[in-house]
Design a protein around this ligand. Structure first.
Ligand SMILES: NC(=O)c1ccc[n+]([C@@H]2O[C@H](COP(=O)([O-])OP(=O)(O)OC[C@H]3O[C@@H](n4cnc5c(N)ncnc54)[C@H](O)[C@@H]3O)[C@@H](O)[C@H]2O)c1
Length: 261
């Protein structure tokens, strides 16, 4: 078991890829804080982990609330005794309004996808600092690289109102900057910060949000020629969470079937 005796928190863990990270981490021996706005679903993930003999705690948290995040970190620490891993996976994706280019909406996306990552990391920082160890894994996306995604999407859009209103892509690019700047500032406490940038992954969210022609266009041009399944991202997260990556920080691992080569 590669995470034996470790304690992990996964945000956005109610469904999709975050659920898979939670199940895999628990299978590898970690106690998991299963965190999301969708409380009923987090309870189901908690239940699934417990039924398989693992340890988990479902927590309803809005990652835009500093107060709720601080309470979450305290609850996980009080319950399990330490905090080793944080996966900043929560994001506006399932509920993404692709056609909404208003600046108010852009602020909302940034609030969750960028400041949520920052606030959750601040919330666990005091615990990791005391332990002199920790691994923070931020979930970016290949949408962070305009040449990988935006150029393909543009080919399918005859009319464009505001070409730069790719709030999701902008937020995921900011996650990469955050990863690198946090890696620099947290390194002295032996806290590592890395990112995963997944390519098109067939979660419920992708099926709901991304029109089929986009999925086709984005995957057919990749080296492996197909989209990922959510569980296929868990190995990379496990590697970054475990001591196998002990000297790796500030890195972005692109897991995208070879789209962004
Ligand atoms: N599926 C893909 O193709 C893909 C590709 C690249 C990156 N990603 C990223 O991977 C992550 C998971 O993606 P997914 O496909 O499972 O999508 P998803 O939308 O199902 O998962 C995101 C989760 O975050 C939660 N969330 C949203 N706002 C929140 C808030 N304010 N507080 C707490 N929780 C909140 C949602 O309830 C949801 O459960 C996201 O960060 C997404 O941007 C996905």
């Amino acid at each position: 078991m590669r995470l034996k005796d470790k304690v992990a928190i996964v945000t956005g863990a109610a469904q999709g890829i975050g659920r898979e990270y939670s199940l895999r981490f628990a299978q590898e021996g970690a106690a998991v804080g299963v965190v999301d706005l969708r409380y009923e679903q987090t309870k189901m993930v908690e239940q699934e982990i417990i039924e398989r003999g693992g340890r988990a705690a479902a927590l309803r948290v809005d990652v835009t609330s500093e107060e709720q995040l601080n309470a979450m970190a305290k609850q996980v620490f009080d319950r399990f005794g330490r905090i080793d891993v944080l996966v900043n996976n929560a994001a506006i994706y399932y509920d993404l309004e692709l056609g909404n280019s208003s600046i108010e909406y852009g602020r909302k996306v940034m609030d969750v996808n960028v400041f949520g990552v920052m606030l959750a990391s601040w919330a666990v920082f005091p615990y990791m600092k005391r332990q002199r160890s920790g691994s923070i894994i931020n979930i970016s996306s290949i949408a962070a690289f305009p040449g990988a995604v935006q150029s393909v999407m543009l080919g399918h859009m005859p009319e464009i109102e505001k070409p730069t209103a790719d709030y999701y892509g902008i937020s995921k690019a900011a996650v990469i900057h955050l990863t690198q700047s946090m890696a620099l500032s947290f390194g002295r406490y032996n806290i590592r910060v890395n990112a995963i940038a997944p390519g098109v992954t067939m979660s419920e969210a992708t099926k709901k949000v991304v029109p089929e022609p986009f999925v086709q266009a984005l995957t057919s041009g990749s080296a492996l020629g197909r989209a990922l399944e959510p569980a296929q991202l868990t190995g990379t997260a496990l590697y970054l969470a475990s001591d196998d990556s002990a000297m790796m920080t500030g890195q972005v691992l692109v897991v995208d079937s070879g789209r962004k080569i």
